[in-house]
Write a protein of this length. Structure first.
Ligand code: SF4
Lengths: 208, 170
């Protein structure tokens, strides 16, 4: 148990992310380094908002509990209030009656925010190719990472989260880049001949 | 067990006479066929039965028989829908089914006055089949969104729903 990590003086434990922060803090005077420091803080404090509606949410529990444990990556608190979260994990089947609720909760989250779509159901409707199920949550909200699987293993979702952290570390103007991301989402929908179902944003549900 | 139900069906027959169209026994148990107008008479007689009062409505549901013959080769029922009431007698520990044929667009009498549990069951039938119940206190959709169009368990409802963007029509 008393092993010291190689390359470290005795008794000093190295935590990679902290070392990174110390290195960043040392050159705070350089241009752009403040953003980098903020990005570092941000990527290690993603608070997930679990939007669990079906079996994938059970797998999500595995992600939070001790074996996989996303708090190792700073996603310490799973909060059920959208106001306190910046990473929405949609885990489960979204029926069309639930879709306006999903959109509303997404809108209630503060910027900047990200979305991971966990499992086939939220990606594409999955095996529920039927009248009552929304065929992919990207019809109503923009999605950053799609995790395939029915259900995906917790490791797969953690992988998506780590990819998201890498992406956050590269940001320079985060608000603008989120804005661009959302515009690209709308363009993508139009290119596929779909209209964004964001009408439900304003309480209109005709097209759902 | 089914003797008790058979006896109750016999008493129902002697009370209602010709209103009871048929008494049969199949894999479900004892089934009593009545006309749609006589549903309430049959239910209230069975509920007030002296020996085995059927005091619980376990479920009430409907069947849409559209395209039945084409798809199964079995004889086509004359009416489009069947209403099926599944009654249980707690003291007699036995079950009986009341079945009634209902044409498309016809209104059925609501059994909410007799059995409180009919409330949601009838709302479900309304939601899924579009069957209307007269005298129901609160007949609106129960599962689907209020602005959903159509009734999905009708056999003429498109299998994938109505949105061509989500479901390219075959
Ligand atoms: S993708 Fe599979 S495991 Fe996940 S919610 Fe859908 S059916 Fe359940």
């Amino acid at each position: 148990m008393n092993q010291t990590p190689p390359g470290n003086p005795a008794g000093q434990v190295s935590i990679a992310s902290l070392d990174e922060a110390v290195a960043l803090a040392k050159n705070l005077k350089e241009p752009g380094s403040i953003e980098q420091f903020v990005n570092w803080a941000r990527k290690h404090s993603l608070w997930p908002m679990p939007f669990g509606t079906a079996c994938c949410a059970i797998e999500f529990m595995g992600m939070v509990s001790s074996t996989v444990d996303i708090s190792r990556f700073g996603a310490e608190f799973v909060r059920f209030s959208p106001r306190q979260c910046d990473l929405m994990i949609v885990a489960g089947t979204i029926v069309s009656k639930m879709a306006p609720v999903l959109r509303k909760i997404y809108d209630q989250m503060a910027e900047p925010k990200w979305v991971i779509s966990m499992g086939s159901c939220s990606n594409t409707g999955g095996m529920f190719n039927t009248y009552s199920v929304l065929q992919g949550i990207d019809r109503i909200i923009p999605v950053d990472y799609y995790v395939p699987g029915c259900p995906p293993r917790p490791e797969a979702v953690v992988y998506a989260m780590l990819e998201l952290q890498k992406q956050i570390a590269k940001e320079t103007d985060i608000m603008k880049s989120r804005e661009h991301f959302r515009e690209a989402w709308v363009r993508g929908l139009k290119a596929r001949g779909q209209t964004p179902k964001s009408q439900i944003l304003h309480g209109k549900r005709e097209s759902l | 067990m089914s003797e008790l139900a058979q006896k109750a069906a016999g008493r129902l027959k002697s009370a209602l006479g010709k209103k009871v169209l048929e008494i049969l026994e199949d894999e479900r148990g004892v089934v009593v066929r009545v006309g749609a107008a006589d549903i309430l008479a049959a239910l209230s007689t069975l509920k007030a039965d002296g020996e085995t009062p059927f005091d619980m409505l376990s479920s009430a549901t409907a069947i849409d028989w559209l395209h039945w013959q084409e798809e199964t080769g079995l004889p086509q029922p004359k009416a489009r829908f069947s209403l099926i009431y599944n009654l249980y007698s707690i003291s007699g520990q036995t079950r009986i089914f009341v079945e009634a044929a209902l044409g498309d667009g016809q209104t059925a009498p609501s059994a909410v006055e007799l059995y409180a549990s009919a409330n949601w069951a009838e709302r479900e039938m309304f939601d899924m089949f579009g069957i209307k119940f007269s005298g129901h206190p609160d007949l609106r959709r129960i599962y689907l969104a209020d602005d959903f169009e159509g009734h999905p368990l009708r056999k003429d409802f498109p299998r994938h729903g109505r949105d061509p963007q989500d479901f390219p029509q075959e």
